[in-house]
Structure formats: C-alpha cells, structure tokens
Design a protein around this ligand. Structure first.
Ligand SMILES: [Zn+2]
Ligand SMILES: [Zn+2]
Length: 141
C-alpha cells in the first residue's frame, strides 16, 4: 500500500508531505464537502495527524459546526482556494488528518482507490464509486 503522500494546492504556495500508512481512504458525500468542493463529493485519505507536515503561510482554515455539534476544520490555500485537508474535533478523530485526495501529487489521484464511502444519505444518485468495502449513511462510529 502507498505510504508516502505529497501534495500541493493549485498555486503551489502550500505543500505537504506525509510518510505514513493511510488509516482510511474514503469518499465523503456529506453536504459540507459538497459545498466546500463545489462538487458532488470529496475523496479523503485519513493519516496520523503527527505525520502530516504542511508548509506554506497561505494555509487558512474555516471551522464548521456539524449537525451533531462537533467542529470540523476545512483547511485551504487562501491564495488559490484549493482545499487541502480537514480535521474533526471529536474523540474518535482528534489524531487524524484527512488529506483531500484531489491535492495529491504523489501518488497520483488515479492510483488511489477508496475503501469506504460515508454520508451516503446525501449521495447524488449517479455517483457510483465502484465496489467499496463499506458504505455508511453517516460517519462510521
Ligand atoms: Zn494555493
Ligand atoms: Zn464530508
């Protein structure tokens, strides 16, 4: 399994490097991701937070309160608007950074196969993500 991730934003001012086995690779169909990406879903790679090294002083994050009252932080480049990673302030997720897979340079996004899909309650009907090993209406607990 791939274990060295490098990526960047569209303008190149933000880069990251992460040398770790991914904890999860997921398609997220939640409405916040749809809004944030202006697309139908996001693809995220969960990695240990302490292994995720981000560089660039244009990184900003915006806190979003989820319907269950937790805070989710979407981090993006304030120069070009690319979203790069997110974190969830919740006991199950505090140690995880979710890389937005569209920002990957290495490995290529075409080499990433998600394991699961989450928040299928807001999945668009045509977004068939193939043969995934798990599908969850909301987040897996
Ligand atoms: Zn940028
Ligand atoms: Zn989401």
């Amino acid at each position: 399994m791939e274990n060295h991730f490098k990526g960047s934003c569209l303008c190149g001012k933000v880069t990251y490097d992460c040398n770790a086995e991914p904890l999860v690779k997921a398609v997220c169909h939640c409405t916040d991701c749809q809004k944030h990406t202006s697309s139908a879903f996001s693809v995220v790679i969960g990695v240990p937070k302490i292994k995720f090294k981000v560089k660039g002083d244009t990184v900003k994050n915006i806190p979003i309160t989820t319907e269950t009252g937790n805070t989710k932080r979407y981090s993006f480049c304030s120069e070009c608007g690319s979203h790069i990673f997110s974190n969830i302030e919740h006991e199950n997720y505090n140690e995880i950074t979710f890389i937005k897979a569209g920002s990957l340079d290495q490995p290529a996004l075409t080499d990433i196969t998600p394991d699961i899909e989450v928040f299928t309650e807001s999945k668009v009907a045509w977004a068939n993500c193939g043969n995934l090993s798990g599908s969850f209406l909301k987040n897996p607990e």
